[in-house]
Write a protein that binds this ligand. Structure first.
Ligand code: PTJ
Length: 247
């Protein structure tokens, strides 16, 4: 679809188009389109821009990733469709492994996603070869299977657009969990250590830049209160709603 640059919601329509393309090329499943729709609604509420609370969370996330012993970026269909280049750039910047981990698992889609990441410069993609599989205990979905070289032995995991059960399971395994989630009320947003309430397509770029800056100096882990930051996100949403309603 040709979207005129002057369209008031051009950025958001471009993002939607990426998802649709991702669906057509086999990266994304139908449920991923629904998840995206939910994200779009929340993005509208935050004014389709990166907020102050998101920047605070991004700084905390960059510090955690740069200081991690063995960081991992968990990739699902939506993330692969929205920001394949940024996944690879961030992995190279913070020396993280890239691991495919799907909620609606299929070998074919895993391979399609791995090819897309490699086309965008990834050297190694974990989660493809089953001989390295390990299971997260007490988790039912296909996402319980992780790579022993990646998520299983990691200390910090970035899991954008994640489902709640898995976030809780990763936390129980002692991992520091960072997520992107436009819905500050989702179980993932509420249980992660660091929740970035921003569209992953905007936030990933900022996360890369911030990580590059922090890498140059020794990052100091400042206190970060996720619950407080999420409350701030809700306050900002509420203020935006009032602005829209009374404009
Ligand atoms: O590719 P798979 O099989 O691993 O499946 C991926 C989906 C996304 C379908 C699966 O993880 C899922 O069902 O996720 P949920 O439980 O719908 O959660 C997705 C969360 O991401 C929701 O809270 C959305 O609001 C949020 N979200 C959607 N799009 C974006 C987003 N957050 C940040 N940026 C987005 N672009």
């Amino acid at each position: 679809m040709l979207i005129p640059k002057t369209h008031p919601r051009a950025a958001s329509l471009h993002i939607r188009e990426k998802l649709v393309q991702g669906y057509r090329s086999g990266l994304v499943i139908e449920e991923g389109l629904i998840a995206h729709g939910r994200g779009e609604a929340f993005d509208y509420l935050i004014g389709e821009k990166t907020s102050k609370n998101a920047l605070k969370a991004i700084k905390a996330a960059a510090t955690a990733l740069v200081s991690a012993r063995s960081p991992v970026i968990s990739v699902n269909g939506n993330l692969a469709a929205l920001c394949p280049k940024e996944i690879v750039q961030l992995a190279k910047t913070v020396n993280a492994k890239i691991e495919i981990n799907l909620f609606y698992n299929s070998e074919k889609r895993t391979k399609t996603i791995a090819h897309a990441l490699k086309r965008n410069g990834a050297e190694q993609v974990l989660g493809v070869d089953q001989k390295f599989s390990r299971k997260i205990p007490r988790l039912d979905s296909a996402r319980r299977v992780v790579d022993k070289r990646g998520m299983f032995s990691s200390d910090v995991v970035l899991v954008p657009l994640e489902d709640g059960d898995r976030t809780i399971a990763l936390k129980k395994l002692g991992k520091k969990v960072i997520t992107f989630d436009l819905n500050p009320l989702s179980r993932t947003a509420q249980t992660a250590d660091i929740t970035i309430v921003d569209n992953v397509i905007r936030g990933m770029k900022i996360l890369i830049e911030m990580s590059k800056k922090l890498k140059k100096k020794k990052p100091v882990t400042a206190k970060f209160d996720n619950k407080k930051n999420l409350s701030q996100a809700l306050v900002e949403m509420n203020n935006n709603l009032r602005r829209i309603a009374y404009a």
